[in-house]
Design a protein around this ligand. Structure first.
Ligand code: IVH
Length: 668
């Protein structure tokens, strides 16, 4: 008779083989023998479902799709790291540390900085119980089921001096190979490609169906530390990594123990040189004080631990040829030169185009068709042309001259004296219209999922969409005629279009792409006007009474709604079922800390977009201003804040971290 104890023994046996395979790289049995053990386990589980443990080797995938991700408060904040871009900045870091740790020998642990997503993973008595994303550092999302699909992640720990409770922190990432395969599949399916492995990993972690996560991705995980508890000895960082490794956890590869900043630099240089051969994306080296007691003693500022710094590599560069220079027409008619490049692999993706920004830049850098150029891409920034290799210039290459007429519709080009830009003068230009439609459905507009540039261009080419409202009457039959659109893609798109029908006035205002109307203006205007009907009847004087709206913006909005065509477009949207929620003013709490306060945003916020931050401030009764002055009440500082933060400090304006801002917004 088979007992539960036999079942558990088999589970442990499989986990042990798993550990030998992934952790030690020396499997004791063949893949076939391993599969046979798993099949045996599956057979037992089919017979005794009551025995199945959530950490059985068969349970990586299997839970039902989630309704959403629960919010979890981190036990200790997940901070970010200060950045250094040069040797000098690393030395400055060392000097700061030396002042704080007087008379102590300082040693470092230098580690690769994996470009993925931070997660906190908890084990209770060796059983995997939870994984939480970093979120805003204080609150993260519960991604337990999805992280479970990472094959290198043990769901049971059986070795080493196992603590009862263990919280480890690390990075979930997508290896380069898996990223390339995933994008190839998306290309075949006509889905938009992920820009880089980090976005792809983030996209996979946010899928609600763990089965999809497992199918579509090969997520991997590596740990770089643990939250201290009574059971976790406070050692050095190098010993900590060894401790985690002994427990059977996947730790970061490429780590060095260094006794000086010079040694750290040598390690960083060696990693940077072999960066292309490392199977996952990295964006630098993390330098940590090795002695964890000292590390803890140094403490943290509101954002970063003092005892660690991220030394970022310079942007990756590649050499390629300019095959052509084409000119794109934007939604406002601005003409942008684009370099069409010989495809080249750079920082995780294949690049075949780079924006040249404007014609002044083309002439300043003297970029010509046929030139060999150096292109650069940092993080997920759009690639740019850095320089031209004049020695490789073909003798026939001649300077590029800007077009006299619009390449899309042939209308004359006008130059805007206030900007460097050249514009197409025609209102009816088909490319301008197409760009407006792409913008309407895009991130800054209604943000309709699955309706990216490629799909929209096809819809326009087929004549299905000529104005925004047409999006809302697309049919299954029409979508079925698009390239690569099969059942699932059709359902997905129709569902997200349906979802987008419910929108807010400020979102719609943004989506219409009215000149000078950014998220801040859209938000304040929506708050006052409340309905699109009232808004379209407001005068320049009415608008000018709104905080942050000047004559230029007011005139632009009024002239937009003076056009019968625009009014008809908005009406058509409503006729096709778009519901514009009334901007809520009732929600404003009169004694809210942000009520009637002027707030300035600087840096990148990790838990929300800029537009969302502005909407929150406006909903609390505050207003957002672009620049810091004595009248500013708060400056919210996100990641990599700019000079606004310095100015706020100089003027003594209260600076809020993202966490504090989040907490204040929740106050009511
Ligand atoms: S230590 C206080 N070590 O970089 C944060 N972080 O900007 C301590 N990261 O969110 C983090 N590789 O997700 C550390 N070897 C490494 C890392 C690493 C990648 C990420 C981490 C964190 C971000 C910090």
């Amino acid at each position: 008779m088979l007992t539960k104890a036999d079942y558990e023994k088999l589970c442990d046996e499989i986990w042990e083989h798993n550990r030998l395979y992934f952790q030690e790289g020396r499997p004791r049995i063949s893949d076939d023998a391993f599969d046979a053990l798993v099949r045996k386990l599956q057979a037992i589980e089919a017979e005794h479902p009551e025995w199945i443990s959530p950490t059985s080797p068969t349970q990586r995938i299997g839970e039902k799709p989630l309704a959403g991700f629960a919010e979890v408060r981190h036990t200790t904040a997940m901070l970010s790291l200060e950045k250094a871009f040069s040797r000098e900045e690393l030395i400055a870091f060392e000097n700061r540390i030396k002042k704080l740790l007087v008379n102590k020998t300082i040693e470092y642990s230098a580690e690769v900085k994996i470009d993925g997503l931070a997660v906190a993973v908890t084990y209770e008595n060796g059983h995997y119980v939870q994984a939480v994303t970093r979120g805003d550092g204080v609150l993260g999302s519960d991604v337990t089921q999805n992280v479970k699909t990472c094959r290198r992640l043990p769901l049971r720990l059986t070795h080493g001096s196992l603590p009862h409770h263990l919280e480890v922190r690390g990075e979930v990432y997508l290896p380069k190979k898996a990223f390339a395969a995933m994008n190839e599949e998306r290309k075949q399916a006509g889905e938009p490609l992920w820009a880089n492995p980090r976005n792809a990993a983030a996209g996979s972690l946010k899928l609600l169906d763990p089965k999809e996560v497992a199918k579509r991705s090969e997520l991997s995980i590596a740990f770089y530390g643990a939250v201290f508890s009574r059971d976790v000895p406070k050692l050095t960082q190098s010993q900590m990594l060894a401790f985690l490794k002994e427990l059977g956890l996947p730790i970061l590869p490429y780590v060095a123990h260094c006794s000086s900043i010079d040694e750290v630099m040598a390690f960083a240089d060696s990693i940077e040189k072999k960066r292309h051969d490392i199977p996952f994306g990295i964006d630098g080296v993390v330098v940590k004080i090795d002695n964890l007691k000292d590390f803890e003693e140094l403490g943290a500022t509101h954002k970063h631990p003092r005892g660690a710094i991220a030394y970022k590599f310079s942007a990756e560069q590649a050499e390629t040829k300019v095959l052509d220079i084409t000119v794109q027409v934007g939604r406002t008619g601005v003409l942008t030169p684009v370099a069409e490049l010989e495809p080249v692999f750079l920082a995780g993706s294949t690049i075949s185009r780079a924006t040249l920004h404007n014609f002044e830049e083309v002439s300043r850098k003297d970029i010509r068709i046929g030139d060999t150029v150096c292109i650069e891409k940092g993080g997920d920034v759009i690639p740019k042309v850095v320089s031209v290799d004049l020695e490789k210039r073909p003798s026939a290459a001649s300077p590029f001259s800007p077009p006299q007429s619009c390449p899309a519709c042939g209308s004359p080009v006008v130059s805007d004296p206030q900007e460097v830009a050249l514009r197409c003068s025609s209102e009816g230009c088909p490319q301008k219209r197409a760009r407006r439609l792409i913008y309407f459905a895009g991130k800054d507009g209604l943000d309709i999922e699955h309706l990216g540039e490629k799909v929209m261009l096809q819809l326009i080419d087929n004549g299905y969409v000529t104005q925004p409202a047409d999006i809302f009457s697309l049919t299954q039959e029409q979508l079925a005629t698009l390239d690569g659109f099969k059942d699932k893609a059709i359902t997905n798109l129709l569902q997200s279009i349906e979802k987008a029908k419910k929108t807010t006035l400020s979102k719609l205002l943004m989506a219409l792409g009215i000149r000078y109307v950014g998220s801040q203006v859209a938000s304040s205007v929506a708050k006052i006007a409340k309905t699109i009907d009232k808004l379209s009847k407001m005068t320049v004087e009415d608008f000018e009474t709104i905080e942050g709206v000047g004559i230029k913006v007011a005139t632009s909005i009024v002239s937009y709604f003076a056009s019968l065509e625009h009014l008809a477009e908005v009406q058509a949207l409503q006729e096709r079922g778009v519901v514009i929620e009334e901007a809520e003013s009732a929600a404003i709490v009169p004694d809210h800390p942000l009520c009637n306060k002027t707030v300035v945003l600087t840096g990148t916020l990790s838990s929300m977009t800029r537009h969302e931050a502005i909407e929150r401030i406006t909903a609390c009764g505050g207003h957002v201003s672009e620049s810091v002055s004595k009248k500013t009440d708060f400056v919210v500082a996100g990641d990599s804040p700019g000079s606004k933060l310095d100015k706020a400090q100089k003027l003594g304006v209260r600076v809020l971290t993202e966490e504090e801002f989040n907490a204040i917004c929740k106050f009511s």
